[in-house]
Design a protein around this ligand. Structure first.
Ligand code: ATP
Ligand code: MG
Length: 342
């Protein structure tokens, strides 16, 4: 076999992550993902994708999908991702994601997929009726990451299991083909808000596809809506304690403290000592004011960017060209390793 592309001896440090255009962006997406994406920009090569192929694992209205794709891109840029410093693009523009996903479908084992808790949560009692794509989703996610030999993947806590599966797929590929080709990718899950919880049920995470709008803060909610949602957020009758230990069995209260900490770049310890003894009547309006102060400028910039969809499309197309250039030799080498002629 002729080898046209050398196998890298050491892997360049590279960040890859993405968000699905499956609805409007939430505070969970902002704190658990976008804000942290911005923090990694400039430290190493950063590639951030709008993962539209993941979105269609559940039904999406075509017109809304293209709008939501541009809106996630607008959210990235408005929050501080610079298309000249980071590669920003939408997944379906780079066909290598789907191609590598097929190869990984043949590497991953059904038993591995059956252990994925996100599939169980999303499929619920309807597991026979959901799409095959939803079941295979983690294999596409492994392809997203490994197509770029990404070494670091900033995600929320809910994606930890999928990044671990990505490592399993990489390891099995390397083992099966007796080659050190795909890196061991690391999930980067840090800071106080890696699992922002649902405002109505502190046992569930906040999600853009959740049932009720009242359970989440959307990045584009106006000030009154944000204040109302925090005011109505489920809490308990107790005032805030003076240490985090006092929040051990108070999931909803802990969530609001963590959100405050993440929004203000403080530690939860610092927030609890600032508000020790405060009732919700004091804390919730302060939290709402803080959220509005942080989100309103981003939301306004998103609105401005969405007024010029052609410019967003240009940025995404340019990002896709740059992404394809990194992916092409890795994909070509993968085909060679597997013995697929192209
Ligand atoms: P969906 O309900 O459609 O799954 P989602 O809100 O869960 O939407 P995703 O597109 O699945 O958003 O996830 C994008 C990124 O945002 C991932 O890194 C994920 O871990 C992170 N994320 C999502 N929800 C939260 C949350 N509540 N707290 C922290 N991070 C989150
Ligand atoms: Mg999700």
């Amino acid at each position: 076999m002729t080898q046209t592309t050398p196998t890298p001896a050491a892997f360049t440090q590279r960040v890859f992550s993405g968000i699905k255009p499956s609805g409007g962006l939430t505070l969970g997406n902002y704190l658990g993902a976008i804000k942290r994406f911005v923090g990694m920009q400039g430290q190493m090569e950063t590639i951030y994708c709008v993962v539209d192929l993941h979105a269609i694992t559940v039904w999406q209205d075509p017109g809304e999908l293209s709008h939501a794709t541009r809106e996630v891109a607008a959210g990235y840029i408005a929050a501080g991702l610079d298309p000249t410093q980071s590669i920003l693009f939408n997944q379906s523009r780079v066909s290598g994601h789907a191609e590598l996903a097929w190869i990984f479908n043949c590497v991953a084992r059904v038993g591995w997929m059956n252990r994925m808790t996100q599939f169980k949560d999303k499929a619920g009692s309807n597991a026979e009726k959901v799409s095959l794509g939803l079941y295979a989703y983690p294999s596409l996610m492994a392809a997203d990451i490994l197509l770029y030999h990404a070494t670091h993947v900033p995600v929320g806590e809910d994606q930890k299991q999928h990044v671990e599966l990505t490592r399993d797929i990489a390891a099995k590929f390397n083992h099966d083909f007796k080659i050190d080709f795909f890196p061991e990718t690391e999930a980067v899950i840090d800071g106080p808000a890696t699992r922002v919880m649902n405002l109505r049920d502190g046992t569930k995470k906040m999600s853009k596809s959740g049932d009720s709008d009242m359970e989440r803060i959307n990045m584009r909610d106006d000030a009154d809506t944000i204040a109302k949602k925090f005011r109505k957020a489920k809490t308990d009758p107790e005032p805030l304690p003076d240490t985090l230990d006092g929040l051990k069995d108070r999931a909803e209260a802990r969530n609001l403290i963590d959100i405050y900490a993440a929004l203000s770049d403080a530690t939860p310890e610092a927030v609890i000592s600032e508000y020790a003894g405060a009732g919700w009547g004091r804390f919730k309006p302060a939290l709402a004011d803080l959220a509005v102060a942080k989100l309103a400028p981003i939301s306004e910039e998103m609105t401005r960017l969405m007024d010029d969809p052609a410019e967003i499309d240009r940025i995404l197309a340019d990002g896709a060209d740059r992404a394809r250039a990194i992916a092409a030799p890795i994909l070509a080498r993968t085909y060679e390793i597997v013995g697929l002629l192209r």
